[in-house]
Design a binder for this molecule. Structure first.
Ligand code: BG6
Length: 487
């Protein structure tokens, strides 16, 4: 269903995110008729550009990032009519903001999207307010990371909160917009077979991985002050963890779901003191080979010394009866062998002596695995024990059932931003992060950052194109576990 006509103002419009993700996402939804032809998408950035030049850049972005959908010249032309540009330094409250205000129409939903440095969020809100641009229908979308630690996050929340009420603040975490991440709730709560087994009694560990092949590329200035823990773990991985681990929400209302998620974040056992060294690994990529191509190490790419990690692995525990003693292994890194995000649930194999299947067969049954592929090739794999057909006795062998959602549902899997951009227009916050969630996540992350700052944890290395540092393997090996590398 189409949303109502809106004005969407993107601060930071010449950046990577706008070109790669935001404009392509609007285009896809324009093609399906959800974005009305009277909507305005207004890019704001410092560069002095004519509207036509920004439209040309938009065209090039579509050509690069929307795939076959670009081969529809009439729709592309119509879409470019929605696109406007205002050259403005948003950090300058004395600048001439009239070009922007002239484009905005009263009575419409108005969304301000901040794809800029978080330290500007509060200031830009104050200027919007001073210029009378915040209407009752106005909303603000804040890109992650919200701050660099708990205090800066609280400052941003408080600062933006002066000008927008919480229901009009949309803190985006695009992992929540990924179909398979949303699908975790369906998988769990609509399938009693899974939900009944969803606890420490039956699950021995959970792994959440977000591995990337790319290095830091043109984002070194941002990345080197951020690092993997702040860039990925504080937000994306903890959000996925909270969906996997939460209790059943009372309903699918945004606040019920967010209440259930934040309860998990509050129940994360704090990693402080020696626990930081015992449960975390940080590392930087070194020179190596990625898809047959030699690539330099992180420090060589930067050209200076740095203590920023490009890889982080953490063993978390959740202090609730449901998850007592179950390790949640999180890992993310740049310049790894493959781009893959997945959730791996390892179930306990039948125990010997429990009048279970354990003693029945000549070979012991192996653990069942449920692998939720977040991307690419969204789907689910289930590994189970089957009778080995090559054996005339009752030897067991692992078999897998593989579901590929795109094939099964014959449906294009949309980019995460598509739904999120329009949910902000609809005023639906279910897939956005509430203030207390951001702060709870920082509260847990901060002592890890502090431990790393004290050099309690060595900076390890890993060759680009590999599977990460050996120390991350050791983290699991001490419990007899190993990172998943295919069923
Ligand atoms: C972003 C990070 O939030 O997520 C990037 O800032 C990272 O560093 C990206 O590359 C990964 O997103 P996805 O959707 O490609 O897994």
């Amino acid at each position: 269903t189409p949303v109502k006509p809106f004005d969407y103002v993107i601060f930071g419009a010449s950046g990577d995110l706008t070109m790669r993700k935001l404009l392509p996402a609007f285009y896809h939804r324009f093609r399906t008729g959800e974005v009305p032809g009277t909507a305005r998408i207004i890019g704001v950035a410092r560069s002095a550009l004519e509207r036509s030049a920004f439209q040309q850049r938009t065209r090039e972005a579509l050509e690069s990032f929307v795939g076959d959908a670009y081969h529809d010249p009439e729709t592309v032309t119509q879409f470019l009519e929605l696109v406007h540009y205002v050259s403005l330094d948003a950090a300058d409250e004395t600048a001439d903001w009239s070009g922007l205000s002239a484009l905005l129409e009263d009575g419409r939903v108005r969304v301000f999207y901040f794809a800029t440095a978080p330290k500007l969020y509060r200031k830009v809100c104050a200027t919007l307010d001073a210029r009378g641009l915040i209407t009752p229908e106005s909303r603000v979308v804040l890109e992650k990371p919200i701050g660099i630690d708990l205090r800066t996050a609280q400052d941003i929340n408080e600062g933006v909160g002066r000008f927008f009420s919480e229901e009009n603040i949309f803190r985006i975490d695009h992992y929540l917009g990924k179909e398979t991440v949303q699908g975790v709730m369906a998988l769990r709560f609509a399938n009693p077979v899974l939900e009944n087994a969803w606890s420490a009694e039956h699950i021995s560990s959970v792994q959440i991985t977000a591995a990337e092949v790319v290095g830091v590329e043109k984002r070194a200035a941002y990345y080197d002050t951020t690092g993997a823990l702040r860039d990925m773990v504080q937000n994306h991985l903890l959000q996925v963890l909270s969906l996997v681990a939460m209790e059943r929400p009372a309903s699918l209302d945004a606040d019920a779901v967010r209440d259930a998620k934040v309860a998990v974040l509050h129940a994360l056992r704090p990693l402080t003191g020696a626990a930081v060294g015992e449960n975390t690994v940080r590392a930087q990529y070194q020179a190596g080979e990625v898809k047959g191509e030699a690539v330099p190490g992180y420090l060589d790419e930067l050209g200076h010394a740095s203590t920023t990690e490009t890889y982080a692995a953490v063993q978390a525990e959740i202090d609730t009866p449901r998850w007592k003693g179950v390790p949640f292994y999180l890992r993310t890194g740049k310049r790894l062998a493959e781009k893959v995000s997945e959730i791996v649930i390892t179930f306990r194999p039948p125990e010997a002596g429990r009048s279970s299947g354990a003693d029945l067969f000549p070979s012991p049954p192996r653990a069942n695995l449920l692998v939720i592929r977040v991307q690419p090739d969204e789907g689910v794999t289930w590994r189970f024990n089957a009778k080995d057909p090559a054996d005339d006795g009752f030897d067991l062998r692992c078999a897998t059932m593989d579901v590929h959602f795109e094939r099964q549902f014959r449906q294009r899997y949309p980019d995460a931003y598509e739904r999120l951009l329009l949910d902000a227009v609809r005023g639906n916050p279910i897939l956005f992060i509430r203030r207390d969630e951001v702060e709870a996540a920082w509260r847990w992350i901060e002592p890890i950052l502090e431990g790393w700052g004290r050099q309690d944890v060595p900076m390890c290395g890993y060759p680009a194109g590999g599977h990460g540092p050996k120390e991350a393997d050791d983290l699991l090996a001490r419990h007899g576990d190993a990172w998943y590398s295919g069923a």
